[in-house]
Every structure is written in structure tokens, then in C-alpha cells.
Design a protein around this ligand. Structure first.
Ligand code: NAD
Ligand code: ZN
Length: 360
């Protein structure tokens, strides 16, 4: 057996207000006056001095506000890279992503594509990246995806939604400042938080489970229960804890895999543009037969926070559209193998997935 040798985030800072130290952290990384720091910031923070006044720009540094209505596309990454190449005479000193999973993934992908030839779509897959990325920093402003700690950046390309999984993808530096999550809207807090919960359930109930993944997954699971079902946490404690749950959930899947909800949610994302967090919730709600205890608890969390999920989203789809979703989901073989086992194809047929999608 050959074991995987994973890189991890090299440096991490945690604490409320730690965002104030960003400048001190990155200054030694500056390569010169012509080599800017590029900040990708979720456009929800545009005109928000509480956050933006703490970003100090020098020389040619630039803030680029990123809309987050849609998840990142490979063509978008290629465009962002081209913009940088055309505007600056030197490669950036660093790329800093400040936002949710979308912005973090954009920062990772741009930092890779600045040093690797070709188009982003050429690197979707496992270990296709040849050259180290530009120094990149991740600063999450919403908790749950684990994108801050993971070895992937998930992109929708012309043919598929698939990550650039590589040793060069993880951030060189992460700043975990839970205070940055204070204004996340309630529904979005739930959807993105449930991404973490689903990571735990899929990892802990998968055939790839090992003690490494289990130790992180159990911790994240415990924190999710405290945050989403407990009554004793202050708002600040809940923010701090959920940020660490996200980290642990991400670590848990690093050495295992996700499962049924993610496979089917990718299908919804690819065809209907339904975003990752809410997509996982819509799917997970119908997965009792695969994760009975996890789904029961999920329904309790949903009820406690008065979350109403959309219904009937697949009801009016044409056969060909259903087939597209089913094929995207079925192509994610490692996810099914983890969830069901080596003989997953006996159980997970196109017909089975069609029945499940039609319930959603
Ligand atoms: P997101 O980036 O889609 O953001 C969701 C919404 O929350 C946006 O409208 C954003 O503006 C808003 N928001 C974020 N921070 C806020 C704040 N502090 N205050 C107010 N509003 C705020 O959310 P997400 O769920 O974190 O990310 C989903 C993306 O992450 C998807 O593209 C998915 O593919 C990706 N993802 C990546 C990984 C990975 O390992 N790389 C893992 C899971 C998901
Ligand atoms: Zn996820």
C-alpha cells in the first residue's frame, strides 16, 4: 500500500481581531514595488469600512471585489489571471482571498494559474499542477466549507465541476478571525455550516474512514451539535467554535472522502447552478437510507432554526437534463466508493439517482 503524503497550510493565526495583523504578516513577503498584493474580497464587503479600512494598500496593491452569486468558473479564473498579467509588469507578491468558499477558491486558483501555463480547466483533477503557486493567503468570512484548509479549489469548467487538487493548492497562510463572520445572514450561516456537518457525516460513515479522519471528524461533529442544537453558547462563542468546526471538518475529509450528498449536490450545481451549501442541504434531507442518524439530527437542526428548503426543484426537468445531473453525480466514483463500498455500482444505478432527484 502506498500512503498519501499531504501538505498542510503552513501558517495559521486564530483569534477575534487577528485580521488586524494581516499587514504585519504579509509585509515580509513583498517582492518589490512592482509586485503587488492582490486582494480578492467578497463584494458583500464593498463600502464596508469596518473591514476594508483595515486593508492597507501600498505601491501597486489592488482590491478586486468579487461577486458571489455564482460559483467560480475556470473561464473566470483565466480572465482574472489575464487581467493581472496585462495590468502589472511583475508577478504579484501575493494573492489574498477574503470571503467565503467562492472567494477562497478563486484566490487559490489564481495563485496557481499565475505560475502554470495553459487554462484552468487543464488542471481540474488530481496532481496536474507542475509549478508552485504564488504566495497565497486565505481569510474566511463565513464558516463551514473547510476551503481554508483543503487541498482543492472547486471550479466549474466546460465539461465538469471538479477541483484542482494539488500539493500547491493549500494556502501558505490562513487567518481565522471569527469576528469577520458576525454579519452572515441566518440562512446562509445554516447552509454553509451544514456543509461542515455533512462533511463529518460523510467522512465518519464512509468506507475510507481511518483514525486520522475520525479524530477530526468527531471533533467537528461534536462542535456542530453544540452550535446548531445547543442553547448555552454566546453568539461570539458560536462564531469561534463554528470556525474551528469548519477547519476540523476540512481536515477530516483530507484523508478520506465525502459521499452521497456531495456527489448529488455537484449534479444540482452543474445543471441548475444551485450553490454548494444549500445544494447539500436539499440533497441531505432525503438521504435517510444512507445516513439515518445524520439525517435525523439534520432535520432537528433545520426545525430549530426555522429553515425552509426549496421543494420540487427537479420536478419539471426534461429527461436529458436529469441524465446530465445523474452522469455528473455518477462520475464522482471515489465519493460513491467511500459512501457505499467497492460494489457501489450494484446499488447506485441511474434509475436510483433519478428517483432520488425527483424527490427533491
Ligand atoms: P459563498 O462563498 O458562496 O458565500 C455565500 C454568501 O455569503 C455570499 O452571498 C457571500 O456574499 C455571503 N457572505 C460571506 N461572508 C459574509 C459575511 N461575513 N457577512 C455577510 N455575508 C457574507 O459561501 P460558502 O458556502 O462559504 O462557499 C461555497 C463555495 O465553496 C462553493 O463554490 C463551493 O464549491 C466551495 N467549496 C470549496 C471547498 C474546498 O475545499 N475548496 C469545499 C467546500 C465548498
Ligand atoms: Zn462540501
Amino acid at each position: 500500500m502506498s500512503f498519501k503524503n499531504f501538505p498542510m497550510v503552513s501558517r495559521v493565526m486564530f483569534g477575534r481581531g487577528s485580521f488586524n495583523q494581516l499587514d504585519e504578516i504579509i509585509t515580509p513577503k513583498r517582492q518589490g514595488r512592482e509586485a503587488p498584493f492582490i486582494y480578492y474580497v467578497d463584494d458583500v464587503f464593498k463600502g464596508n469600512p469596518w473591514l476594508t479600512s483595515r486593508i492597507s494598500l501600498s505601491y501597486k496593491d489592488k482590491i478586486i471585489y468579487v461577486p458571489t452569486k455564482e460559483e467560480p468558473k475556470t473561464s473566470q479564473i483565466d480572465q482574472l489571471v489575464e487581467d493581472i498579467i496585462l495590468e502589472f509588469s511583475e508577478r504579484p507578491s501575493g494573492i489574498i482571498g477574503i470571503g467565503g468558499g467562492i472567494v477562497l477558491d478563486i484566490a487559490k486558483a489564481v495563485s496557481i494559474m499565475l505560475t502554470n501555463e495553459g487554462e484552468a480547466k487543464d488542471y481540474q483533477g488530481w496532481d496536474l499542477v507542475k509549478n508552485p503557486a504564488i504566495y497565497h493567503v486565505g481569510i474566511p468570512t463565513i464558516s463551514g466549507t473547510g476551503a481554508e484548509v483543503s487541498r482543492t479549489t472547486i471550479l466549474t469548467g466546460p465539461d465538469r465541476k471538479l477541483g484542482i487538487n494539488s500539493d500547491y493548492t493549500p494556502f501558505d497562510q490562513v487567518i481565522l478571525d471569527p469576528e469577520l463572520t458576525k454579519d452572515v445572514p441566518k440562512d446562509q450561516w445554516f447552509y454553509t455550516g451544514m456543509d461542515c456537518y455533512v462533511h463529518c457525516i460523510e467522512s465518519l460513515n464512509g468506507s475510507y474512514l481511518n483514525s486520522f479522519s475520525q479524530s477530526y471528524g468527531e471533533k467537528a461533529f461534536e462542535i456542530c451539535k453544540e452550535v446548531f442544537l445547543g442553547d448555552n453558547l454566546s453568539e461570539e462563542e458560536a462564531q469561534d467554535k463554528l470556525m474551528m468546526a469548519s477547519w476540523h471538518g476540512g481536515m477530516s475529509i483530507a484523508y478520506s472522502q465525502v459521499g452521497v450528498a456531495h456527489a448529488m449536490s455537484y449534479g444540482l450545481g452543474y445543471l441548475l447552478g444551485i450553490k454548494h451549501g444549500i445544494g447539500n442541504c436539499i440533497v441531505f434531507d432525503h438521504l435517510e437510507e444512507f445516513y439515518p442518524d445524520g439525517v435525523k439530527l439534520f432535520k432537528e437542526m433545520k426545525a430549530k432554526h426555522n429553515i425552509v428548503l426549496p421543494k420540487g426543484i427537479c420536478a419539471n426537468l426534461e429527461e436529458e437534463e436529469l441524465d446530465i445531473m445523474i452522469n455528473v453525480a455518477l462520475s464522482l466514483e471515489p465519493l460513491w466508493e467511500n459512501a457505499i463500498g467497492k460494489n457501489w455500482k450494484d446499488i447506485i444505478t441511474p434509475q436510483k439517482l433519478k428517483e432520488l432527484y425527483l424527490k427533491m
